[in-house]
Design a protein around this ligand. Structure first.
Ligand SMILES: *Cc1c(COP(=O)(O)O)cnc(C)c1O
Length: 357
């Protein structure tokens, strides 16, 4: 067992929170994997998970929390329910591009602004007037570029009638969102929440629900069991349409409670301290360097690093010592490594890992 004990600094799936094993054991002793999703017991898990998350992420009343299978599913549901024709996408890497491609696949007419991989966006653009939904990937996991929430708010303020969707998959719970200035956000649990994959969370306001109703009334296809209207009608009863991943919902409740006990401010401070430590190390290193040059747009949670001798060599060397880091994404697979800096990653372990580089 010990021999396989590794610390995962991969951008997701990643290292589990230390107590996940204990929570799984407790869940099994409490028959969580066997209870009905129509039972009172499930309804308590549903509402407590939702409440813990709302508290942790400062989600105000008027927003609904829905449970899906993944973040990718959330992209599809958002396009189906909030767009008749025109979405607009800020694309800086693979995940933001996925959102755009999904809109195309759903036969919409998405438009886009692309930034060079590893670079920031030119935000002083006019979003086309016909746009119904503006889509941002706040932390582009593939490139290690983060979008400043202030830039997103500024665009929302200039376009108050348009809906704004924000992918926060690899920055939650670190990213601090002013929910009055966005309409929906989404994430999955195998990144910053350090849980087993298989659960997506979609957070929407009533404007998204209204849009979904409007589209449905006009005869658009808003999907079936996971349309926003269908999700809402069940969520109001603290239930889900299908048999969901109850174990993951239970674990999300437990981890959100733990994070609430630590306090989100402290988590954010620690994340920044650890990120500074990692960037400082690579900025000073003779051979390695951060891929994203503009310090203002460097992600605090998924850090891309250029390697001198290819990623394979260093990945193997670290792995032998028990530290698993990610490779670069897509075409950068062999030249970059990516290091996740999520709340479960401890400064002491990061230091040990860096010393080996
Ligand atoms: C991982 C990731 C996704 C996809 O998440 P899934 O849970 O695999 O669907 C989407 N967006 C970003 C930014 C990601 O990092």
């Amino acid at each position: 067992m010990e021999k396989n004990k590794k610390i995962f600094f991969t951008p997701g799936p990643t290292q589990l929170y230390p107590n996940v094993a204990k929570h799984i054991k407790d869940a099994l002793s409490n028959n969580i994997c066997s209870i009905s999703h129509r039972s009172r017991e499930f309804e308590v898990i549903f509402s407590e998970t939702t409440e813990s998350l709302k508290r942790l992420l400062n989600i105000p009343n008027g927003f609904h929390v829905f449970f899906l299978s993944s973040a990718t599913e959330a992209m599809e549901r958002i396009i189906e329910n909030c767009v008749a024709e025109h979405s607009f996408h800020f694309i800086g890497g693979s995940f933001s591009e996925r959102f755009y491609i999904i809109a195309k696949q759903l036969m919409k007419s998405p438009e886009k602004l692309e930034a060079e991989f590893g670079k920031g966006f030119e935000f002083d653009l006019e979003i086309p007037g016909k746009t119904e939904l503006i889509c941002f990937t706040q932390n582009e996991t593939s490139s290690g570029v983060a979008v400043d929430m202030e830039d997103i708010y500024a665009i929302k303020k200039k376009n108050p009638e348009k809906l704004v969707a924000v992918d926060i998959v690899s920055s939650v719970p670190y990213v601090n969102i002013e929910y009055s200035l966005v309409d929906c956000t989404f994430f999955s649990v195998q990144k910053g929440f350090g849980l087993p994959a298989g659960l997506g969370v979609l957070i929407v306001n009533d404007r998204c629900i209204e849009k979904s109703k409007l589209l449905s009334n006009k005869g658009y296809n808003i999907g079936s069991y996971h349309s926003l209207l269908s999700l809402l009608s069940k969520a109001e009863k603290r239930q889900t349409v299908e048999t969901p991943n109850i174990l993951d919902m239970y674990l999300l409740r437990e981890i959100s409670k733990e994070l609430n006990n630590i306090g989100i401010e402290k988590i954010r401070e620690e994340t920044e301290e650890k990120a500074n430590m990692i960037y400082d190390f690579f900025d000073r290193h003779e051979l390695y360097s951060p891929f994203v040059q503009d310090k203002g747009i460097r992600s605090k949670t998924t850090i891309a690093i250029k390697t001198p001798n290819g990623s394979g060599e260093v990945i193997n060397r670290l792995s032998e010592k028990g530290f698993v880091v990610g490779s670069g994404y897509g075409v950068h697979k062999n030249e970059q490594i990516r290091i996740a800096n999520f709340p479960m990653h401890r400064a002491g372990d990061i230091k040990k890992m860096l010393r080996l580089i």
